[in-house]
Design a protein around this ligand. Structure first.
Ligand code: DGL
Length: 255
C-alpha cells in the first residue's frame, strides 16, 4: 500500500481526543483514522510523568504495529509529557501534538481576564510555562487546574447540577474577575463547553482542536502524504473492555 493511503493514528487518555478527531474529519474527510482511547488508564492528568509517558508510548506502539503515516497526540497532557521524547525516538513519523490555544485568546482579548483550564499535569509542564510567559505581559491569565472534568466526560456526563457545582467551585476564587474568555487546555473539555460558558460567563471559548487538525493537514500536504483516494473511515478503539465506552465514543463523534 502507498504510504499516503495509510491511516492517521490518533490517541488520547480516553474519549477527549474525539473532539480533535472531529476537527480532523472536517479538515480531511477522505483520510482513514484509527483512534485509540486509553480509558482503562484515564485520567492521565493526575499521574506522574513516567507513567504518562509509558502509557502514551503503549498506544503509539499499538498503532505502529498496524502502520500509520502520522500520529496526532490528541491530548494536551500526553503532549506536554511525551511529545519531545516521541519525536526523538520515532523521528520518521510526523507527530502533531496539542497545546492550549492561548495565542488567539490573548490576541482577541478586549480587556478582561483569560482563564486557561487544563489538567494539573499540563499546567505544571515546562511547555505550558513557556507559553504562559510569552503571553502574560499584557493580559491577565488565570490558570485553573480541573482534574475531574475528565471523569465526568468518561462517564458520559456533559451537563447538570453536579458538573456545574464542580465548575462553580473551581471558579469560586476568581468570582470578582471579569473572565472574558476561557481556553480549554484539555481535549475532554469541549464536550462540556455549554456548562463552562454558563458558569464562567465567558464571551469566548477556545480550544486547540481545529489548530491541530489544520497543522496535521499542512504537515501531510508538505510531505505529499494526503490520501488521493475516497475511502476514508474511522476506527474507534478503546483499551477499556466495555461496549458502553465504544457506544459513548460513537455518540461523541456524532455530537
Ligand atoms: N484529554 C486529556 C488532555 O487533553 C485529558 C488528560 C487526562 O486524562 O487527565 O489533557
Amino acid at each position: 500500500m502507498e504510504k499516503r493511503e495509510l491511516p492517521i493514528g490518533v490517541i488520547d487518555s480516553g474519549l477527549g481526543g474525539i473532539s480533535v478527531l472531529k476537527e480532523l474529519l472536517l479538515a480531511m474527510p477522505n483520510e482513514k483514522y484509527i483512534y485509540i482511547g486509553d480509558s482503562a488508564n484515564a485520567p492521565y492528568g493526575v499521574k506522574g510523568p513516567e507513567e504518562i509517558l509509558m502509557l502514551t508510548e503503549n498506544s503509539v506502539k499499538a498503532l505502529l504495529e498496524r502502520r500509520i503515516k502520522a500520529l496526532v497526540i490528541a491530548c494536551n497532557t500526553a503532549t506536554g509529557v511525551a511529545v519531545k521524547y516521541l519525536r526523538e525516538k520515532y523521528a520518521e513519523l510526523p507527530i502533531i501534538g496539542l497545546e492550549p490555544a492561548l495565542k488567539p485568546a490573548v490576541e482577541n482579548c478586549e480587556g478582561g481576564a483569560v482563564a486557561v483550564m487544563a489538567t494539573p499535569v499540563t499546567l505544571s509542564e515546562e511547555k505550558f510555562r513557556i507559553l504562559y510567559d510569552r503571553y502574560k505581559e499584557n493580559t491577565e491569565i488565570i490558570t485553573v487546574g480541573a482534574p475531574k472534568i475528565v471523569e465526568f466526560v468518561e462517564k458520559g456526563v456533559f451537563e447538570g447540577e453536579e458538573l456545574e457545582g464542580y465548575l462553580a467551585e473551581l471558579f469560586e476564587p476568581y468570582k470578582e474577575k471579569n473572565i472574558e474568555s476561557v481556553v480549554l487546555g484539555c481535549t475532554h473539555f469541549p464536550f462540556v463547553t455549554d456548562a463552562i460558558s454558563k458558569v464562567t460567563g465567558a464571551k469566548r471559548i477556545y480550544d486547540g482542536g481545529r489548530g491541530a487538525a489544520l497543522e496535521t493537514r499542512r504537515r501531510l500536504e508538505a510531505l505529499g502524504l494526503l490520501s488521493e483516494e475516497n475511502d476514508g473511515y474511522v476506527s474507534l478503539e478503546n483499551t477499556l473492555d466495555d461496549p458502553e465506552i465504544l457506544r459513548l465514543s460513537e455518540v461523541l463523534l456524532e455530537r
